[in-house]
Design a protein around this ligand. Structure first.
Ligand code: FES
Length: 336
């Protein structure tokens, strides 16, 4: 048993129990998410006593220099003293470097981070502008030079997205928090059948996950569906047709949901209907099936519930709903 202190309060950990687990067991309201040292939600600051090896594993130089550590990765030694972290310390600076308008309501946005962030397509970051307004956006691509690409939908009455579409300009300074979320491809999925549905601009993140899987030499079949309202929303259609020609295990289909377009001639690999229904008809559920759902929260949550009721194992359903989540307000033990 070890005794440690957080903000002057005493805690006693059991054998091999992490600081985080001790705090949770003691009813302390610390935020956390992954418990793997990835999300950095559980950061605390070391202010005294001996630190166990590995407590700062995976932290960047800035966080280490500020004596931060992940509570989930720290087995406390007797007398360790810690303090909670100020929210602003969890942000890094970034600059808006590119705005590419795909349509009136969709933009590709590229930001350059001031330092490297270990992030993957399918995760998301919180973007904060000068006045503190903050929104969460999905990571589509992590590019060389600390660049991150995101696909932004302009929301009706969306303060942040309207600012990005209208007033914000290249060179704009931003703050970034994260990455967060676990809707990511892992090497251990290599032989699994992957079924991905991107709702609206969620197709960007879904394609990012596919590209990451292909880069890691994924062996199983991959089925990607784009749930789009109108034909003109299929902004990645030709790129995805090319990707399916270049990779025989990759299959792509677009699904148009607006009845108003049901009389129109459709492009190739395009059909009417909801992607979740079409995917459910085409793929019998097996233990090796894995589902990824990205996009608007309502559509993602409905598809997640449907996949679960259809028989997919909960742990094989990965979701990235586009909703704002504060890093420090992540639900206890919540999967993001
Ligand atoms: S890093 Fe500790 S909970 Fe994610």
């Amino acid at each position: 048993m070890s005794r440690f202190f957080l903000d002057g309060q005493t805690f006693e950990s059991q054998l091999n129990e992490s600081v985080l687990d001790t705090l949770i067991r003691s009813g302390n309201a610390i935020s956390y998410s992954c418990k793997k040292g990835t999300c950095k939600t559980c950061l605390v600051q070391h202010v005294g006593g001996e630190l166990s090896p590995g407590a700062q594993r995976g932290l960047n130089a800035r966080l280490k220099a500020n004596d931060y550590l992940c509570a989930c990765q720290c087995i406390p030694k007797d007398g360790l003293r810690l303090k909670t972290v100020l929210e602003q310390d969890l942000f890094i600076s970034a600059q808006l470097v590119e705005r590419q308008f795909v349509s009136d309501s969709l933009m590709k946005l590229v930001i350059k981070l001031s330092e490297r962030l270990d992030s993957l397509p399918g995760q998301y970051i919180n973007l904060r502008r000068f006045d503190g307004l903050t929104r969460s956006y999905a990571i589509v691509k992590c590019l060389e030079g600390n660049l991150i690409e995101m696909h932004i939908t302009r929301k009706h009455n969306g303060q942040f997205s309207n600012w990005l579409f209208g007033t914000a300009s290249v060179g704009e300074q931003l703050l970034v928090q994260g990455p967060l979320g676990q809707c990511i491809y892992k090497a251990e999925y290599q032989t699994d059948k992957l079924i991905l549905i991107g709702h609206g601009s969620g197709i960007g993140a879904a394609v990012g996950i596919v590209e990451h899987a292909l880069a890691l030499d994924h062996q199983g079949d991959i089925y990607l569906y784009h749930d789009a309202r109108y034909i003109q929303d299929l902004y990645l259609h030709s790129a995805l047709l090319k990707l399916s020609l270049a990779n025989k295990q990759f299959n792509y289909q677009a699904c148009i949901t607006s009845k108003a377009q049901s009389e129109q001639r459709l492009p190739s690999r395009c059909t009417y209907g909801q992607a979740a229904d079409i995917a459910a008809q085409q793929h019998p559920i097996g233990r090796d099936c894995r589902v990824f759902l990205c996009g608007e929260p309502l559509a993602v949550n409905q598809a997640q519930q449907q996949a679960f009721l259809d028989g997919f194992e909960y742990t094989n359903i990965h979701v990235l709903p586009f909703e704002y989540k504060d890093l420090r307000a992540a639900a206890r033990g919540g999967k993001n």
